[in-house]
Design a protein around this ligand. Structure first.
Ligand SMILES: *[C@@H]1O[C@H](CO)[C@@H](O)[C@H](O)[C@H]1NC(C)=O
Length: 345
């Protein structure tokens, strides 16, 4: 999560009536499901085999880990029912961007040993490094990994995870537009992904704009409990902020000539503590239950109606080695006893 993204969401209740046709013909509707992010920044976390048992008990089959952690990947051996997304660590990008040979070495060390018995479906190159100082390292690493999996005919998709701070403008959604830095760093990545129709992974957190301006942004709009349209954007009506953020990104891509690229929501969630009455288990539970229902419904968003997408809740556990405050409290489960913090699954 990137805090600077908050400033991008200082919404005003005005509405620009711009009517565009929307074209979703290139996208394929499929069954959509919920995954969980499995963060490991805690010193009191359950063992990976216990965590996999938890996932099985709640029917979770898609998981995302932030680096090729051997403890988790070893535990996953033989459990091919889990679809696993593995991240390349940000700090590894510089040497990998400099040499295709280094990328082959990284793959041989971190992925090859698991190919036979772990179902790795995505490798994500960097986590929210675009836009930013090391953002330019993402494209060459993605290109090398894309070449590698293609030459080996491996069923692994290569993508990256980006924050909504790539949007210079997002309200109303049809004004969605990338920042100049995103234009340099992200647009070439989107064009690469378009060649193979591989999804871009996006992190969408209505909590952050809401927490920036709770006096003016409605909690029901942020948590999917509004009963009617809150934001009318030309012909498209929004009753929840999640869809509005998602669609702002779709509009921004379209303005760069990237049409119909699938999106996966790699992170969403709401902290259950750390920021007073904005972060209670009740509100976090409401948000997460509703976002899960929304994603599983496959209803899509106003701009991409009936085009479902997968989404991953952040995160499985509260992580005590993250920065103090809300950052430590996005978990669905208490790490020490694996008890749910609120009812979700
Ligand atoms: C939090 O408390 C403030 C002050 O009492 C109140 O105005 C606000 O509505 C509360 N917000 C929520 C989400 O409960």
């Amino acid at each position: 999560m990137v805090y600077s993204s908050m400033k991008l969401f200082l919404f005003f209740l005005s509405c620009i009536m711009i009517i565009f046709n929307h074209n979703t013909s290139g996208l394929v509707t499929k069954a959509n499901s919920i995954g969980l992010n499995y963060g490991l920044l805690g010193d009191n976390l359950p063992t990976p085999p216990n965590v996999l048992n938890l996932y099985k008990s709640i029917g979770i089959t898609k998981i995302r880990i932030f680096d090729p952690n051997t403890g988790v990947l070893d535990a996953l051996r033989g459990h091919r029912g889990f679809e696993v997304t593995v991240g390349v660590r940000d700090q590894d990008l510089a040497p990998l961007a400099a040499s295709e040979e280094a990328v082959k070495g990284w793959f041989a060390t971190n992925i090859e040993p698991y190919l036979a018995d772990v179902n790795i479906v995505f490798i994500t190159v960097g986590n929210e490094v675009i836009p930013g100082p090391i953002g330019p390292q993402v494209l060459p690493v993605m290109q090398s990994l894309t070449n590698l999996v293609k030459s080996r005919n491996l069923p692994i998709s290569i993508s990256t995870v980006v924050a909504m701070s790539n949007l210079e403008q997002s309200y109303p959604p049809s004004t969605g537009k990338f920042t100049p830095q995103a234009w340099e760093q992200l647009v070439p990545v989107l064009k690469l992904l378009s060649q193979t129709n591989t999804p871009i992974l996006v992190n969408i957190y209505p909590y952050f704009p809401y927490a920036t301006d709770p006096a003016h942004i409605r909690l029901d709009y942020a948590t999917f409990t509004a009963k009617a349209i809150v934001v009318q954007d030309g012909p498209l009506g929004y009753s929840n902020m999640f869809d509005a953020i998602f669609d702002a990104f779709v509009w921004a891509m379209e303005k760069e000539g990237v049409k119909d690229l699938p999106m996966v929501v790699s992170e969403t969630g709401w902290p259950s503590a750390g920021n007073g009455n904005l972060t209670t288990p009740e509100i976090a539970g409401t948000y997460n239950r509703n976002v899960v229902k929304h994603i599983v419904s496959g209803k899509g968003t106003p701009k991409r109606p009936n085009i479902g997408f997968d989404g991953y809740i952040f995160a499985t556990f509260n992580e005590n080695q993250k920065p103090a405050g809300t950052e430590q409290n996005f978990g669905l489960y208490n790490p020490t006893d694996m008890k749910p913090i609120y009812k979700l699954f």
